[in-house]
Ligand binder design. Structure first.
Ligand SMILES: Cc1cc2nc3c(=O)[nH]c(=O)nc-3n(C[C@H](O)[C@H](O)[C@H](O)COP(=O)(O)OP(=O)(O)OC[C@H]3O[C@@H](n4cnc5c(N)ncnc54)[C@H](O)[C@@H]3O)c2cc1C
Length: 386
């Protein structure tokens, strides 16, 4: 069999990227010192602070790659990369704007109307407008093509009815991108007849109900749409092209540093507390974790470089997510061997707090954004094995 090559090009990092990193790091150090935020693990999902997102918006650190006319700064994908990396490493509360910055904004840019771009993108870049992802449904997760939410044509637009499940942060969002069936369901062409809509969550007929996860947080939601009217121009892209659009969003969704740095803040704190007293065995374990982080970072930067060149490297992104999410779980499992977790009793101690919360959140890492079993299927297809 011919060998399969994955493409992870090493990006050229110019001085302006390093300068931006220093700027972001100094801002975060100061915010932390002055009580602007308390570091949390899995901050891109568990840390919600709309006021902090607005501060980042004022710094000009959201939507940095977008055109200036829509509130962006026309910087490179690598500039965005270092901003996200620094925010994750600091454990900053960034969930409110994360999805809009990462994928809904780029989706609107690629498929939205001029009005949407002018009205919504600058508000996202200012940290004032947040967007939830409305893909999964009861009984439609991995098998997303089976979604049952329906949009019917009515005069002047569409009427949407259905239920979206697990929509992260929807209770803080003004909009949701909703994948709905607009054509008849054909078992032989399951990916056809799907359309994406940008739905304002204050529309009559929308209810968003929080679902408590085992860490005690209502992070995700069940969102119900009962005959929700949206005008024709709420369609993102072309009617019936929804599947193609969501698959090109996946490279953005799966390849970033949030897929291997969710628990980094706990690792760093553990090393700050325990590095001096480490045994040889502990040092070897930590060394192997750091080596894996370095390798994943090189791969993830490679995907960022490809995205910057206009490619949509879905298979490479699946590989980063599969390896990265297992690493962020492993970090906590290995740290527990040296720092036994005392769960809620330990909440007075910062390291215990980070470790206990990581432990409760880590099962979700290999589920959200596509499960690892499904990712392996994508990688196998990319390698020509299925
Ligand atoms: C914290 C969190 C946040 C989330 N946020 C969002 C969000 O904002 N928006 C959104 O739309 N969704 C969101 N999701 C949903 C997420 O995308 C789904 O949970 C995921 O795609 C899996 O779907 P499911 O839960 O229905 O599991 P299922 O698809 O029912 O899978 C159950 C098990 O079967 C396995 N399996 C299924 N199909 C196959 C197959 N073909 N081959 C091998 N194994 C298979 C899976 O790997 C899994 O282990 C979130 C989930 C979590 C945990």
């Amino acid at each position: 069999m011919e060998s399969v090559r994955f493409n992870f090009p090493a990006p050229e990092i110019d001085q302006s990227v390093d300068e931006l990193r220093k700027e972001v790091r100094a801002f975060l150090d100061e915010e932390r010192r002055s009580g602007g935020f308390v570091p949390v693990t899995d901050c891109w999902c568990a840390g919600v602070d709309p006021a902090f997102s607005r501060k980042l918006g004022r710094q000009g650190w959201i939507g940095v790659t977008w055109p200036r006319q829509y509130g962006g700064r026309e910087l490179s994908a690598l500039h965005r990369y270092v901003i996200t990396e620094e925010l994750l490493v600091a454990g900053a509360p960034v969930h409110a704007h994360w999805i809009a910055d990462r994928q809904s904004g780029p989706l609107i840019l690629a498929t939205g109307t001029e009005d949407m771009k002018r009205n919504i993108l600058p508000r996202i870049a200012a940290g004032e407008c947040f967007v939830a992802l409305g893909l999964s449904e009861p009984e439609s997760g991995s098998d997303l093509a089976s979604v049952r939410t329906r949009a019917h044509r009515v005069e002047g637009g569409w009427e949407i009815t259905g239920t979206k499940l697990w929509s992260s942060g929807a209770q803080h969002c003004q909009y949701m991108t909703v994948l709905a069936r607009t054509g008849e369901r054909d078992p032989n062409r399951r990916h056809e007849g799907l359309t994406q809509f940008l739905v304002p969550l204050d529309s009559p007929g929308v209810t968003v109900r929080g679902i408590r996860d085992m860490s005690g947080v209502e992070h995700f939601n069940e969102s119900h749409f009962e005959k929700v009217f949206v005008p024709d121009d709420a369609v993102l892209g072309q009617v019936g092209e929804g599947w193609k659009q969501i698959t090109s969003e996946l490279a953005l969704e799966r390849s970033g540093p949030e897929r291997f740095l969710s628990t980094f803040v706990a690792l760093e704190r553990a090393l700050q507390q325990g590095a001096a007293a480490m045994t040889g065995h502990q040092a070897a374990v930590v060394g192997s974790i750091i080596a894996r982080i370095r390798a994943l970072r090189a791969m993830s930067l490679g995907v960022a470089a490809l995205l910057g060149q206009g490619h949509s490297p879905e298979v490479e992104a699946a590989l980063v997510k599969d390896l990265g999410t297992r690493l962020e779980q492993d970090i906590i499992e290995r740290l527990r061997e040296f720092w036994p977790v005392r769960m809620k009793q330990g909440y007075g101690d910062e390291l215990q707090y980070l470790l206990s919360d990581s432990l409760l959140r880590q099962p979700s890492f290999t589920l959200r954004g596509g499960t690892n079993e499904v990712l392996k299927g994508i990688i196998a297809r990319g390698m020509g094995l299925r």
